[in-house]
Design a protein around this ligand. Structure first.
Ligand code: ADP
Ligand code: MG
Length: 674
């Protein structure tokens, strides 16, 4: 900087406005919606809550609302509740040494009021009403007003970062922020098993996390991360009480040989605090890589207790990290304990006979600085369930396999209907029952009505009438299937649902009346009973190449995946008609050659009839409607993308091309069932 005489001016020091200071400080504590949620959650736990429910709008940027049944906040404390450095948890610095609460700085609520609008409703034990009051920049806005309430506290944080535009802009993807929020709650839910947690998006009736208070850690893990994780866990403990290395007690659950995921999930608590420790994580990954290379990205729940005076909890503004004495020695002991455990548990293994096509559902990667996002709860099976071969017959999947071999022999081939009509004896838990759909009175009546009630002109449409419910079922089942292949990971499910929703909400549906009519028929004749089954079923496993088991309520169903897939693709074609994305063939395929291959096949099977069609006209129409493009030298360059992440079997390309030629594209959309 130069002044008027040309000399360099020394910048003068000024005192910042307190509001600016506070906003800067707030940015350190409240880095993103999930850090606000974490602070709120910890306050509820500190208040002794046994039930905590969270509602989130737009990834927390619009609203985070948390309700607890803790001890509440007394009326007298409300005026200073959101001032900086006001806390009920410590009195002196020394208290930090023995602290048992999660909060201690009196900074969180204050920080939130500098970057958001905060409203509190609270009631303490024995009161006849509660109070409601809003805060801004650390101070109350008006007096607390009496209101109806129940014991406990509800806090709403609205419009987070409304005055920190740059920060707000950094959060482009609310669903990623929502995953981070779910991640924090998931972790606490498996640590605080005596507390019930729930979390949902604002306006949704369905919760994305729901746990009941339980006495079993594995139950809690199952409720949050799914049975796929819970079933693979082994417990592990370690401890040391030699003051010359480290004093600690550790217990946890770690995944065994059959578990495989894209990345490691480590849920770590030190003295009941949710923290991260990358050196411990790396040390454990090394052990897995050495002993179980196929399961080298484990799921780890680890809880460590050590004398409070050995831990410094105050080294990070969000308390995300702690430092503790004798870190190396402690990591070493834990490493050894895990190594020993894995060696023992390595006797039961699942072998993959085939690997699944890799599929990415686009869950955002975590930023280095942040809490790891629980993308799939680590539930990424590399192979479809039917391709897994168990060596341990006591395992549930092993039992399933045994059952299939026994009872499916007479069963395949009869699989024309969507639901197999033969009740099958199931050596499974008694709550699971095969339900014979066509023998169920309610359904039988409805199905019949569907089949006879529709006055439909052509065959194809009639086929839809029969299949509508199942086809809808098919679409959903496949989606479900996709997510279940990853063992019902919530995050992945959310992503899948988003994709599906985007797909369904295609505004620019085809304008053609014929397509509209076909779509209307499908919509009209959706069978609500079957739709419900498919929407809310749980995928269990494949029975054979064609049939799969799903469970709905207490019933077990067999679904015909081939039929479902066909209908799924058929409906996708209609819904995307005229708006397909494309699959680009890496090498353009000569139509002539494809046809020759197909005709050869047809000839061999004796089905070939002379057919013709002006190629260039067909080509143009195909391009327009289906994004099927054919270049000047009659090479096939692109195909329509009908189902996201689904690549058709290219071996069947010749037959597909032939069908197009034989049937024409208008008369039979079934040709798209490739
Ligand atoms: P800290 O947790 O570090 O004390 P906070 O700013 O998070 O600071 O909270 C300030 C105070 O507000 C807490 O010390 C506690 O007394 C009170 N408080 C906050 N949330 C709740 C709640 N959900 N239930 C009861 N009291 C709460
Ligand atoms: Mg706090």
């Amino acid at each position: 900087m130069m002044d008027s005489s040309g000399r360099t001016a020394v910048p003068s020091i000024k005192r910042l406005d307190e509001a600016v200071v506070n906003r800067i400080a707030a940015g350190e504590v409240i880095q993103r919606p999930a850090s606000a949620l974490k602070e709120l959650l910890e306050n509820s736990l500190d208040a002794g809550a046994t039930s905590i429910s969270v509602v989130v709008k737009e990834g927390g940027l619009k609203l985070i609302q948390i309700s607890d049944n803790g001890h509440g906040i007394s009326y007298e404390d409300l005026p200073i509740l959101c001032e900086r450095h006001t806390t009920s948890k410590i009195n002196s610095y020394e208290d930090l040494q023995t602290i048992t609460t999660l909060g201690f700085r009196g900074e969180a609520l204050a920080s939130m009021t500098f970057v958001a609008h905060l409203t509190v409703i609270t009631m303490t034990e024995g009161q006849i009403h509660g109070y409601r009051v809003s805060y801004k920049d650390g101070a109350m806005e008006g007096e607390p007003r009496p209101c109806a309430a129940i014991k406990g506290t509800q806090i709403m944080v609205e419009n987070l970062f409304y005055n920190v535009i740059a920060r707000k802009k950094a959060f482009k993807n609310p669903s990623e922020e929502y995953s981070r929020i779910l991640d924090v709650i998931s972790r606490y839910a498996i640590q605080k098993i005596g507390v019930s947690f729930s979390c949902k998006k604002h306006g949704d009736s369905r919760t994305d996390i729901h746990t009941d208070s339980t006495s079993s850690r594995t139950d809690a893990i199952r409720a949050v991360y799914g049975p796929g994780v819970a079933r693979e866990l082994v417990s592990v403990t370690a401890s040391d009480d030699d003051p010359s290395h480290s004093i600690f007690k550790m217990d946890g659950y770690i995944s065994s040989a059959n578990y495989s995921a894209k990345k490691t999930t480590m849920v770590l608590f030190i003295n009941d605090r949710l923290v991260e420790c990358s050196s411990l994580k790396k040390a454990i990954e090394v052990v897995y890589a050495a002993i179980l290379p196929k399961a080298s990205k484990p799921f780890l729940y680890i809880s460590i207790a050590m004398p409070p005076e050995h831990v410094d909890i105050n080294i990070h503004p969000t308390k995300r990290e702690v430092s503790f004495l004798n870190q190396e020695s402690l990591i070493d002991s834990i490493q050894k304990a895990i190594e020993a455990k894995l060696m023992q548990s390595n006797t039961t293994r699942t072998f993959y006979t085939q690997t699944l096509l890799s599929r990415s559902l686009g869950v955002p990667d975590e930023a280095e600085e942040s809490m790891p996002v629980q993308t799939q709860g680590g539930r990424n099976l590399k192979a479809p369930v039917n391709k897994l071969v168990r060596t341990d017959p006591s395992n549930p999947a092993g039992r399933m396999l045994a059952f299939m071999q026994k009872s499916l022999a007479g069963h395949v081939g009869s699989g024309n209907g969507l639901v197999d009509t033969k009740p099958v004896e199931m050596p499974m838990e008694d709550t699971r029952k095969i339900m014979d759909l066509t023998k169920n009175e309610e359904f039988a009546a409805e199905v019949q009505e569907d089949q006879t009630g529709a006055h439909l002109q052509n065959n194809k449409v009639h086929k839809i009438a029969q299949m509508d419910a199942s086809s809808l079922a098919g679409r959903e089942a496949l989606e479900h299937n996709i997510s279940q292949a990853n063992e019902d990971s919530r995050n992945e499910l959310t992503t899948t649902r988003r994709l599906v929703r985007q797909r369904r909400n295609l505004k620019e549906r085809a304008e053609l009346t014929s397509i509209q009519e076909l779509l209307a028929t499908i919509d009209q004749e959706t069978h609500s009973g079957l739709e419900d089954i498919v929407k809310h079923c749980t995928f269990i496993g494949m029975a054979d190449e064609r049939l799969c088991f799903v469970q709905h309520k207490t019933y077990l169903y067999l679904l015909d995946i081939v039929k479902l897939s066909k209908e799924l693709l058929y409906q996708q074609v209609l819904r995307r008609f005229g708006h397909f994305n494309v699959i680009q063939l890496s090498n353009a395929a000569s139509l002539y050659e494809l046809l020759v291959i197909a005709l050869d096949e047809e000839e061999q099977s004796g089905r070939w009839h002379e057919s013709d069609g002006p190629k260039d006209q067909i080509a143009q129409m195909l391009q327009e409607y289906f994004n099927l493009s054919i270049d000047e030298s009659a090479n096939l360059c692109t195909l329509p993308l009908i189902l996201d992440q689904y690549t058709p079997d290219m071996d069947r390309l010749p037959q597909f091309v032939l069908n197009l030629g034989n049937n024409g594209i208008k008369s039979d959309f079934n040709v798209m069932n490739y």
